[in-house]
Write a protein that binds this ligand. Structure first.
Ligand SMILES: NC(=O)c1ccc[n+]([C@@H]2O[C@H](COP(=O)([O-])OP(=O)(O)OC[C@H]3O[C@@H](n4cnc5c(N)ncnc54)[C@H](OP(=O)(O)O)[C@@H]3O)[C@@H](O)[C@H]2O)c1
Length: 257
């Protein structure tokens, strides 16, 4: 039986496509109103149409969360758009850069770190005091099964490092909010058939490394990818619990990405 989030307002980052969009739609089905954030206005507008067709409201915030100056403004824009945020799903992320670490530019690492980790912390910071005052809040950070086995993605050093950092951030923040009614958890969504997976398969194996490329092509060809809707349904199941400081995993597959 799924939970009701009627009367709640949820902010989902990266809500224009993929897992974020499926989570936003599932939250609307569960009665929540939405604030949708990403860079692509067109994708957000199309997601908003889907949500409004379900009878829920959808406000848009267009922002690049890898840009520290836009990140600062995004927190304010979100509060203006949504009034209050009861549920925050920090989902937006990049898997780039990929490839051998000797070709890594520090700026690329910083950009990924800002998007994949700092933006989650900054948006949590923007919504936390309101959640505490109301005595209820849900924060979920989209991680990856790779955080548990960082050696299994050679050429993905930046990505696995940011996801491990995101999980540490999550568990530390959960310890801070314990007993306040605000819960903070991470979610490993599985290997999901989205643009992120397709983008990796499209990369030149000579650039990102044969082994990494083969891993992702093989997963796809073996039909191991699940739909974003299935992953979102699993996330919503967890969201209805009082768990705090947990790393949730889709289904029970130990090999989930
Ligand atoms: N797919 C998988 O197999 C898988 C596995 C494990 C974990 N995950 C995690 O699940 C989450 C969602 O992944 P996905 O596969 O759904 O990815 P996706 O299809 O690439 O979607 C990513 C979303 O994030 C937004 N985004 C990207 N860069 C952004 C930026 N700089 N500022 C604001 N928004 C930005 C994108 O919109 P714009 O480009 O318009 O900004 C898009 O809406 C990520 O945290 C990912 O690491 C995915």
């Amino acid at each position: 039986m799924s939970s009701s989030f009627s009367g709640k307002t949820a902010l989902v980052t990266g809500a224009g496509r993929g897992i974020g969009r499926a989570v936003a739609t599932a939250l609307a089905d569960a009665g929540a109103d939405l604030v949708l954030l990403a860079r692509s206005k067109e994708q957000l507008a199309s997601a908003a149409d889907e949500i409004r067709a379900r009878g829920r409201s959808a406000e848009l915030v267009v922002a690049d969360l890898s840009d520290p100056s836009q990140l600062r403004q995004a927190g304010r824009a979100v509060m203006e758009a949504g009034g209050v945020i009861d549920i925050l799903i920090n989902n937006a992320a990049t898997v780039a850069p990929l490839g051998p670490t000797e070709r890594l530019a520090p700026e690329e690492f910083v950009s990924s770190l800002v998007l994949n980790v700092v933006s989650a912390a900054a948006l949590s910071s923007a919504v936390l005091s309101g959640m505490r005052e109301r005595g209820w809040g849900r924060i979920v950070n989209l991680s990856s099964g790779l955080a548990a086995r960082p050696a299994s993605m050679p050429g993905g050093n930046v990505y696995v490092s940011t996801k491990a950092a995101l999980e540490a951030h999550t568990l530390n923040l959960a310890a801070e909010t314990g007993g306040t009614g605000v819960t903070v958890n991470a979610y490993r969504p599985g290997i999901v058939d989205t643009a992120m997976q397709a983008w990796i398969r499209e990369q030149d194996p000579r650039q990102i490394g044969d082994e990494l490329h083969r891993q992702f092509v093989t997963s796809y060809e073996q039909g191991r990818l699940i739909t974003a809707e299935r992953s979102a349904a699993s996330l919503l199941g967890h969201l209805g619990t009082e768990d705090n400081g947990q790393v949730w995993t889709v289904g029970s597959s130990p090999t989930a990405l």
